[in-house]
Design a binder for this molecule. Structure first.
Ligand SMILES: Cc1cc2nc3c(=O)[nH]c(=O)nc-3n(C[C@H](O)[C@H](O)[C@H](O)COP(=O)(O)O)c2cc1C
Length: 246
């Protein structure tokens, strides 16, 4: 609670919980300080508990996302979450890179999208340059689900470090939080000493669409432009249908 107060008193206005609904006393403290509480879910069965914790926005994050993931794809997850969320707005996450995804998310009933991976190869990224280059070369199948970094399933860029845990005779990752305690020092050292070969990052399947460095501004503008192009296509086909009915 002390840490939360510290953050909220510094002016942070959105607190997102990625690993389950927050206890009521915490979500109420966020609200008391004028903040919004965002709850992330990868399973429609968890929506009720998010609502009980007085969530303001639900992020429905599919298994194609970067970072900790569940087992349900965005396309199947979002409508199920929307149907259970009542008046609480839902944002679709997992695999969103452009305006076609935004249009699809809105068609599924979401109010908007929540993105992560796409920013890793922007000009403003803090990802080390060799990892950016790996991301630009990677395809969607290089974004693998593993328990190595934390003990919970998360989608990460495939590296020889992750592969080593898959070899015959390799130990199984420990449950969270023990696995994190086991590997964190090694992961920090890999970055500190620039061991490029085994450097990686959390990233989603959308990495297959990240093939050049863009400014964040261009990512947003291209998303809007692509979205408008989809809407125009819908309008044109509706007009064609109307003419053929005459
Ligand atoms: C490098 C990286 C780090 C992330 N760290 C967190 C985190 O600490 N907490 C969290 O709730 N989600 C985290 N996420 C998940 C994002 O919030 C978001 O839901 C996800 O990236 C959306 O899917 P996408 O990667 O396909 O855009 C992370 C994602 C990435 C790519």
């Amino acid at each position: 609670m002390e840490k939360l107060d510290l953050v909220l008193d510094r002016g942070v206005r959105i607190v997102a919980s990625g690993l389950g609904p927050l206890p009521l006393e915490i979500s109420r403290r966020i609200h008391d300080k004028g903040g919004l509480y965002v709850g992330m879910t990868g399973d429609p069965r968890h929506v009720e508990r998010h609502l009980e914790s007085e969530v303001d926005i639900i992020v429905a994050q599919g298994m194609e996302a970067g970072g900790h993931v569940g087992k349900i794809s965005t396309f199947c997850l979002v409508p199920q979450v929307v149907d259970r969320a009542g008046d609480v707005p839902v944002l679709a996450a997992g695999g969103v890179a452009g305006g076609r995804h935004l249009a699809a998310a809105l068609a599924l009933g979401a109010q908007g999208v929540w993105t992560g991976s796409i920013w890793l190869t922007t000009r403003e990224t803090d990802v080390p340059e060799p990892v950016v280059q790996k991301l630009l070369r990677a395809s969607s199948t290089d974004a693998v689900v593993t328990r190595v970094p934390s003990g919970k399933t998360s989608r990460q860029l495939r590296t020889p470090f992750l592969d080593a845990w898959e070899e015959d005779g390799a130990p199984k990752p420990l449950p969270a939080p023990l696995q994190g305690m086991l590997v964190n020092e090694a992961r920090r050292a890999i970055v500190e000493h620039d061991v490029v070969d085994v450097m990686g990052t959390a990233v989603g399947q959308v990495v297959g669409m990240m093939d050049r460095v863009k400014s964040s501004r261009d990512v947003v503008y291209q998303m809007v432009e692509e979205y408008v192009a989809v809407l125009e296509m819908f309008v044109r086909s509706a007009e064609l249908e109307a003419t053929s009915d005459r």
